[in-house]
Ligand binder design. Structure first.
Ligand SMILES: [Zn+2]
Length: 82
């Protein structure tokens, strides 16, 4: 499916649009400005569900790292307590 990511040059709102028969969106879904840029650097086909999964995975990774860092900090404090 021809899904494209667009970004509004006026407010920065990003959204995906299913472009059928070359009919591109004319206005930002958030603010209505007609200054849209198609984001070519992103994969053209990308569902919301895969994006949500990727974000959830990144969040879990960040939390694991934060936990590790807290643990290392605690070890450091304990070993330098005298
Ligand atoms: Zn906008």
């Amino acid at each position: 499916m021809p899904l494209f990511d667009y970004r509004c040059a006026a407010c920065g709102h990003q959204f995906e649009v299913l472009v059928l028969r070359g009919k591109e969106p004319e206005a930002c879904a958030a603010c209505g400005a007609a200054r849209l840029e198609r984001l070519l650097s992103l994969p053209a086909v990308k569902s919301e569900s895969t994006r949500a999964k990727a974000m959830a995975a990144a969040k879990r990774r960040d939390q694991a790292q934060a936990k590790d860092q807290a643990h290392e900090q605690r070890k450091y404090e304990l070993s330098h307590d005298d």
